[in-house]
Design a protein around this ligand. Structure first.
Ligand SMILES: [Mg+2]
Length: 402
């Protein structure tokens, strides 16, 4: 696959987002190591990172690594407001903006040269505007592909800009450590290092077959493609999506109402986690059921506010499920699905006040821990009791969109 043309994809990523907002809002914190979140580290300033502190690390370990750190409680409304302001700047800069999370987006600036200048100029302006208007450091990578742009913004951090020209891609990519590749986590890195594969260049010299046998089919192919700089994905406008959903077919012989509730918890977790990863919220909770005789029903409830909070969606879905209980017990059940629709059109949106900050904080921390350490790292108590099978089922690769 040859992607032709110029480097016109920007990956823009706020540096140490939560910690930077705290330093912006309290001058006493500037230049000092700052850790957001006392229990689990939700964010660490670069001064704290210099001591080895990382997101999703336990608070006790973080304090041992960096005894001088100032530990602050998160201020979610400030983060949401900052994110909104930053995304407004992004949308002014480019016609196509794909939100990846609350502090990160891809921008496609192709065709803008006459109006806005070259991609590197647009990127520099973006950084300046975010700094001047919102008071936060933003790093930007510019490249032909999303993957390279993402890797470039990582290499540019903190507070940097890096353009990878089309004729300099291999020279940029090959010396990097394998963990710099998008999607290569600690476990994969360990496996690769054990075989003497340390850099992306090392990776590129192995055949796809070798990598598949080492990492499994999906990861092996993925790693091979990225090492060879193949990434055909386009920047897609986030606004397009209208609902997030997931469903689970159940064996005919089942199912106690209690185990149905456990399935519901797992479904809600998957749906809301994906919504939060995309920075989206929705107002309508939809429950889909298929009875033992394979007839289907859909029940929904619209909330007064958009949400991506697990607890809120779960409470609503449970209400809908409880209303269907007599029918379920009479007719049996073969499928349950949960969706959230009425997705907020504004892009990044995290619901906060109505559930209180604790719930939102818990959701964010769980997401971060899973992202860093894998799906099995954290699970709800209700799922643990069910043993590893359902817990593993909770996070297989792709979600089914209802
Ligand atoms: Mg960031």
């Amino acid at each position: 696959v040859f992607v032709s043309g110029e480097a016109t994809i920007l990956h823009a990523d706020l540096d140490a987002f939560f910690a930077s907002v705290e330093q912006r809002d309290d001058p006493r914190l500037r230049g000092r190591p700052v850790i957001v979140g006392g229990g689990v580290v939700m964010a660490a300033s670069y001064e704290a990172r210099a001591h080895g502190v990382r997101s999703a690390m336990g608070g006790a370990r973080a304090r041992r690594l960096c005894p001088d750190a100032v530990i602050v409680e998160p201020h979610f409304s400030a983060y949401v407001e900052a994110s909104r302001a930053v995304f407004d700047i992004f949308r002014n800069a480019a016609p196509v903006v794909e939100a990846m999370s609350i502090d990160e987006a891809f921008l496609d600036v192709s065709g803008l040269e006459r109006i806005s200048g070259r991609p590197a100029e647009i990127a520099a302006r973006l950084r300046r505007e975010v700094r001047e208007q919102v008071g936060l450091p933003l790093s930007v990578g510019v490249a032909r592909t999303k993957h390279l742009a993402k890797v470039a913004s990582g290499a540019a951090k903190p507070d940097g800009l890096l353009v990878v020209p089309p004729d300099g891609e291999e020279a940029f990519l090959h010396p990097l450590p394998v963990e710099a590749l998008w999607g290569v986590g600690p476990k994969t890195t360990e496996k690769l290092n054990a075989r003497g594969i340390r850099t992306v260049g090392d990776l590129a010299r192995r055949s796809e077959g070798t990598l598949v046998s080492l990492l499994g089919r999906a990861s092996g192919r993925h790693a091979h493609a990225l090492a060879h700089n193949r990434d055909p994905r386009r920047v897609e406008r986030t606004r397009g999506r209208r609902s997030f959903g997931s469903q689970c077919a159940l064996g005919r012989s089942t199912t106690s109402f209690e185990s149905l509730d456990v399935t519901l918890i797992a479904l809600v977790d998957r749906v809301t986690r994906r919504m939060r990863a995309k920075g989206r919220a929705g107002r309508t909770v939809v429950l889909r059921l298929r009875y033992g005789d394979y007839t289907r029903i859909t029940r929904s409830r619209t909330l007064p506010f958009p949400t991506a909070a697990s607890e809120t969606v779960l409470a609503t879905a449970r209400g809908l499920l409880a209303a269907a209980r007599p029918d379920i017990e009479r007719r049996g059940i073969t499928l349950v699905g949960v969706a959230v629709s009425g997705i907020d059109g504004a892009g990044v949106q995290l619901e906060l006040p109505l559930d209180g900050p604790d719930t939102a904080a818990l959701d964010l921390v769980l997401d971060q821990v899973r992202e860093r350490f894998g799906p099995g790292a954290v699970t709800r108590a209700g799922l643990l009791r069910r043993g590893p099978r359902l817990a593993a089922w909770l996070f297989p690769g792709e979600d089914h969109d209802v």
